[in-house]
Design a protein around this ligand. Structure first.
Ligand code: GSH
Length: 213
């Protein structure tokens, strides 16, 4: 058995943050497939035994069980001494961007992509339009920030960068717009993240892609 287990599935950008981090720090880990699209996270068994919040990802390390990707990122960064913000100011700055990502970037791109591609029935066009506007606003803020330095906190990547990758590598046709064409600083940053040893695309890193027809 691997040292870490991660409850995850390929379409989850929330889970990708942790799967990518495990790879980047060189951890010995294995995925545990969550059958999200057949309702596994809504079962009482999942909520009782895996995560009371009814979410993926969940990171298992021995007798430790961590939910919320941010918690897992902090845990792994501290354990490995990698991708760690340095000092109090950087730590707070990383947290600020991780919260922004959870709420405004991953937090809108995830539901938008779900409603557009996977939900049955597909999402209401008015809801999709609303989310698309929120996504555009948040991506513009992130893009502007990346004009300052190669990574969010400066010259080195931290857990804030790992968090922000969440939904950004999924194919443009799943969104109906090409975020790299519209946000040049994000596009360059995605290439820098891609060049880190251990980087793997979410569809190749976690189980469940493609979805059965
Ligand atoms: N903030 C959480 C978000 C986790 C999350 O929403 N995961 C989705 C899958 S991508 C989920 O399990 N959603 C179930 C639900 O909201 O009912 C994190 O970063 O771990």
């Amino acid at each position: 058995m691997a040292e870490y287990q991660l409850y995850c599935f390929a379409q989850s950008g929330n889970a990708y943050r942790v799967a990518l981090m495990l790879n980047l720090v060189g951890a010995d880990w294995e995925p545990l497939f969550v059958d999200f699209f057949n309702g596994e996270t809504r079962t009482s068994e999942y909520r009782e035994k895996v995560n009371e919040m009814g979410e993926a990802p969940v990171l298992i390390h021995g007798d430790k069980k961590l939910t919320q990707s941010a918690t897992s990122l902090i845990y792994l960064a501290e354990r490995y001494g990698k991708y760690l913000p340095r000092g109090d100011d950087e730590r707070l700055e990383a947290l600020r961007w991780i919260i922004f990502d959870n709420q405004k970037i991953g937090g809108t791109m995830g539901p938008y992509r779900f409603l557009r591609n996977f939900a049955k029935p597909r999402g209401d066009p008015a809801v999709l339009e609303f989310l698309k506007g929120r996504i555009a606003g948040a991506l513009a803020i992130f893009d502007k920030r990346l004009a300052r330095a190669p990574f969010l906190l400066g010259n080195e990547p931290t857990i804030a960068d790992v968090s922000l990758t969440s939904y950004l590598y999924y194919p443009a046709d799943e969104y109906g717009f090409d975020l790299t064409a519209e946000h040049k600083n994000i596009a360059a940053w995605l290439e820098r993240m891609k060049a880190l040893p251990g980087w793997v695309h979410p569809y190749d890193l976690m189980p469940g892609y493609p979805l059965p027809a």
